[in-house]
Design a protein around this ligand. Sequence first.
Ligand SMILES: CC(C)(COP(=O)(O)OP(=O)(O)OC[C@H]1O[C@@H](n2cnc3c(N)ncnc32)[C@H](O)[C@@H]1OP(=O)(O)O)[C@@H](O)C(=O)NCCC(=O)NCCS
Length: 148
Amino acid sequence: MSAPRDLELVPIGDASDVAALNAALRAAGLPEANADRVDLFKFVHPSREVAGYAGLEGEAPDILLRSFIVRDGERGAGLGAAMLASVLAEVRSRSATRVWLLTTTAAAFFSKNGFQKIERAAAPATISKTEEFASVCPSTAICMWKDL
Ligand SMILES: CC(C)(COP(=O)(O)OP(=O)(O)OC[C@H]1O[C@@H](n2cnc3c(N)ncnc32)[C@H](O)[C@@H]1OP(=O)(O)O)[C@@H](O)C(=O)NCCC(=O)NCCS
């Protein structure tokens, strides 16, 4: 495996990439992503093998991070942290100042990477109206945010 810093963030352009992402999300028990509403990305090694995926929804100043997943078999080796740094650089390049997410599975990972838990009601309307906020059950998902 390459060093995490060699990962490249690539916008997802075709249906086969979206299908592979949604298969990975289903396998992890996460909601599928709708490419019409969410900007989807894959993270690739120099070998062009896919290391993981992420999605961004919304516009500055508040952006939702979703569909964040490291390929099964590559987890626990620092790729998630490297992918997060890369996608947050993309969020900053959009002039956003806050990034939000819901998680049922990885609050400890995001806390370790600078996100804070917050009541879901504190999210701005542009975030609470996103498909993920509307569909993911409040009683199971933890809302988190990070000030950029
Ligand atoms: C969550 C995820 C993206 C983290 O990526 P990763 O490459 O495994 O994480 P890293 O190797 O960069 O970081 C590992 C650290 O985060 C912690 N961590 C990783 N996944 C975790 C999880 N699901 N819950 C809690 N902590 C987690 C590890 O304990 C480890 O901590 P340590 O260094 O103190 O041992 C990855 O495990 C994954 O894709 N999980 C399935 C999909 C998912 O749950 N995505 C989040 C959707 S909101």
